[in-house]
Design a protein around this ligand. Sequence first.
Ligand SMILES: C[S@@+](CC[C@H](N)C(=O)[O-])C[C@H]1O[C@@H](n2cnc3c(N)ncnc32)[C@H](O)[C@@H]1O
Length: 287
Amino acid sequence: MQVKSSGIEDRIEIKPFLKWAGGKRWLIAKYPSLFPDQFGTYYEPFLGSGAIFFHLQPKRSVLADLNGELIQAYGAIKDDWQQVVKHLTVHHKNHSSEYYYQVRQQKTLNPYTSAAKLIYLNKTCWNGLYRVNLKGEFNVPIGTKSRVVHEDDCYDEIAKLLGNAELLNSDFEVVIDKSQKGDFLFVDPPYTVRHNYNGFVKYNEHLFAWEDQIRLKEALVRAEKRGVKFLMTNACHESLKVLYANDFEMKSVERSSVISGTNVGRGNYEELLIQSGLNFKISGFLK
Ligand SMILES: C[S@@+](CC[C@H](N)C(=O)[O-])C[C@H]1O[C@@H](n2cnc3c(N)ncnc32)[C@H](O)[C@@H]1O
């Protein structure tokens, strides 16, 4: 995490405290003008590392994810970030291969130790990515990074920002259905496409199925009717283009991916942007 003046309305730049599969820092870096300046409440129903939330720093927000440990970690920082940092500092001092595997298999009941465990494993695990098996167990091996706390960490600023956020451990549908006229949704689901599951779909013990993509589209159609603006990122795949073609404007953009930790998974990919109530006022779109 890094704090520096962004020059925009005296905002400081806050980097996400986690690295997450499908994180959207690249989108902000490439297309900063894509996001609206003014809106009611900000909604992020697939929060992950919250890259867009930390960039926009909204006055009011509803942040949600189906991953309970993730939402609990945000909650712990919001309630008492110093407790979390205290436990993180212990992990930082003790980090070794043996210690990593010991912590990985420990059950934690306290929200602050649980948050610190999640952040510690996220920072030191292989490729820095959170993955659990179908039993919900984190099973990623140790990686090459050993720094857990950094001088420019800004958990105090993160806690302040989260002070205005409602945190929900929930499926996306009820969250989107809460949004009202003038609100803005940033929607970044797992990239399931019809007929096959690609490598992005399993973030937790639940799979994101094609039926969920249909459910999501229907929730967005309802939101649009209420006057809600949204921007969605999704897989640039024919099945999704067909699913959204009659209802919303869409464009594809190029991104580079480093998701798999091997060169096989690195390269340039297209992603789909779908929106309502915004202007695609950026150049550089492929279509
Ligand atoms: C692509 S990631 C979001 C990445 C995020 N935009 C970022 O910058 O890090 C998708 C997230 O959706 C969550 N998720 C999966 N299924 C869900 C569901 N049915 N409802 C809500 N969240 C879900 C996953 O736990 C994961 O954190």
